[in-house]
Design a binder for this molecule. Sequence first.
Ligand SMILES: [Zn+2]
Length: 121
Amino acid sequence: MHYSGSCHCGAITYQFESEEFAAGLRCNCSMCRKKGALMSAFTIPVDALALDVKDDALATYTFNSHQVKHHFCNVCGIYTFHKSKVTGGYRLNLGCIDNLDTDNLPFTVFNGANLPSITES
Ligand SMILES: [Zn+2]
């Protein structure tokens, strides 16, 4: 499937090819509880994401182990994707992907809250 996506203001846009998103992932760690995003159940290889960023809008937040790079738009504040510590790929905010009906996707919950040494997916 060919997908495109963006943050809210459009400073960050991207395109990629992947298998279809048939399910999502939520996480109950301290950050994801506040973020509330439905994420991709699988990650995309970093070099598979054709990213177009205007005006250095792509910001990065880290916490705890600081090994997971949580990326967001520094203009509109939207979380777009993060770089997974486990796979090294990008886990995507499915809400940022064009024409994807996230309201009807089943999802699993990653128990990040109870993995003290990992806490982030
Ligand atoms: Zn933005």
